[in-house]
Ligand binder design. Sequence first.
Ligand code: MN
Length: 390
Amino acid sequence: MSWIDDPAFTADAPFGPQTLPYGVLPGGVAVRVGDRALLLRGLALGERLEPLVATGTLDALLAAGRPAWSELRARLVEIASASSAPRGAELVGLDGASLPFTVADYVDFYSSRHHAENVGRIFRPDGEALLPNWTHLPIGYHGRAGTVVVSGTPVVRPHGQRRSSAGPVFGPSGRLDIEAEVGFVCGGPVASRLTPSQAADHVFGVALVNDWSARDIQAWEYQPLGPFLAKSFATSISAWITPLEAFAVARVSPPPMGHDLLPYLVEERSWGLDIDLRVEWNGTVVSRPPFREMSWTFAQQLAHLSVNGATVRPGDLIASGTVSGPARDQRGSFLELSWGGKEPVALGDGERTFLEDGDTVRITATAPGENGSVVGLAEVVGTIAPADER
Ligand code: MN
């Protein structure tokens, strides 16, 4: 029996001792234990680990690399499972969590075949649903690190240009959307030309991401170079980063691609992950996207993005792309759920196609853990604030 006597801190709860995600609270670096958090300051962690968690971010820990991550996690499992409270242990509430690390580069991929085919059919009804390069390389684009925000931050409806029959018009987006995604937080030594097998040593942990998207701005601007202002206004991420080690038994192989891959993308053992997402729109569950359906893994994404000599640095955020499954109620964007705005989605308080001011979207997820336990990914939540008046 752990000294942390709490039904939310058991093996069948998402934030039990099998998960121990890291975040930053007003009291400093912490691990989540159920519905509370254990501050790491004041704990006897040894002279190697203590400086890594002594500042107000996870940055030093991210840079320290896999051996330090494993050592700290083992020590925290021991502390959290002890029968009596260790000296210096301080439990606090979860309020006031900040963006837990300095986001270096942010890359967003496009790795769900179902999502790519749906968007292709909606945006290019007369063309091929899937472009010919898609099954040969993980398609992605460089996003905007400076506007990655922590879960709970309000999202202001963006202004931009959109197409109309009378030419382009400017104003607040009328087709504001979400993308339910899984994000991988990088760390360890700066490296390039990673193999898929090396990639896992450059991933500290996993979080949920909402890649807010203005579809009317996107439809007008995205050709030929991809999304720009339609997505750069805000990207939300969970306040708690679940260590990659917690996903050891969640590894699965992605669906078959249908042809051989070029050797630099071939994994010895796949890093597909059996994660179930859940999307709530104003409290109504509208989708349950299955991450196991993704065609490209983070290991392949990191191998691809660094194969030309580009570096992977601590704090880099690699997002999976919208997670959509084959069924209607597994679609990870409202563009797909409403099929381009044509099929309204029923909520408890009426129907929607895209987001209205005041709407709240909450994404949560779980994965199988050791010995039948459940591993949680902390929520990413955001509420739409009206466009500013300027
Ligand atoms: Mn995206």
